[in-house]
Design a protein around this ligand. Structure first.
Ligand SMILES: [Zn+2]
Length: 274
């Protein structure tokens, strides 16, 4: 599933092709995405000009000059790209905007857990996001982050996957950040010290920034906005490395299911003191 670095990479790739372009026509596939496209949205989008492309958590926001906002989520397998209009569409392309320069914005999603929606204005988008996501990783505040973790008896892995605590962190980057911080994924939030939550806060921001420089991680379907794969999967310290030596100490990496998710960790670097 694309997490923050993958979504950020898509936004950076697509942005230069989209800013200033007018949307000439819009075509929506017959098979529904996770949230169905409303027919009246088409008329509200056609003829508008794109003035900005942004990311918030794992959401992609396309600002239109009417004030309306297209809000896109890649779900499990969504791919947002631009291409010349004469390049044939791939199977599973569900949403196409023809632009005024003979290019197209295309949304392809094999598993259809992604979505494309229209919001009337910035206030509507802000309210939608405020109910779902907390601060971006680089904006996490030391004491707020610490208190949110300390207030929970859930495992730290479950807490990190909660988008209201830290936006954009998913299974891969939670595991990678926990290893960098030396925190076992099964630790209860209310047992973490301030020193540990500070290490974790720094690790989350660092791993996200580092992953963006590698254009994210391609495990299955993920590609950037120009169609190419990411490279951060080659930098993983723990994720998907069960049985392989820890890059810090050589101990074989272990895997446990925590919060319902496969969680990879080093039993030596991330001791569980309980
Ligand atoms: Zn280790």
């Amino acid at each position: 599933m694309p997490e923050l670095p993958e979504v950020e990479t898509v936004v950076r790739d697509v942005r230069p092709w989209l800013i200033g372009r007018r949307i000439v026509t819009l075509t929506v596939g017959t098979r529904s995405l996770r949230r169905p496209w409303q027919p009246q949205w088409t008329a509200a989008v056609v003829g508008t000009r794109v003035i900005a492309l942004r990311r918030r958590a794992k959401w992609i926001l396309v600002d239109l000059d009417t004030g309306a906002r297209l809000v896109i989520h890649l779900g499990m397998s969504g791919q947002l790209t631009t291409a010349d209009a004469d390049v044939p569409l791939s199977d599973h392309t569900h949403f196409v905007c023809d632009l005024d320069d003979a290019r197209q914005l295309r949304f392809r999603d094999v598993r259809r857990f992604g979505s494309v929606e229209l919001f009337a204005d910035e206030e509507a988008v802000a309210a939608f996001l405020a109910a779902r996501v907390g601060p971006e990783p680089e904006e996490l505040h030391a004491s707020t982050f610490h208190e949110a973790i300390r207030a929970s008896s859930r495992t730290i892995k479950a807490i990190l996957l909660d988008q209201r605590i830290a936006a954009g962190v998913g299974n891969i980057y939670a595991d990678e950040a926990l290893h960098r911080a030396g925190v076992h994924p099964q630790r209860r939030g209310d047992t973490l010290t301030f020193t540990e939550t500070e290490r974790l806060r720094a690790a989350i921001a660092a791993v996200m920034a580092f992953a963006i420089t590698h254009r994210g991680s391609s495990i299955r379907d993920y590609v950037g906005g120009a169609g190419q794969r990411g490279a951060f999967q080659n930098e993983f310290r723990v994720y998907g490395r069960t049985g392989e030596p820890c890059k810090a100490c050589g101990t074989p990496i272990m895997m446990l299911r925590v919060a319902g998710r496969a969680s990879h960790f080093c039993p030596r670097c991330q001791e569980n003191p309980k």
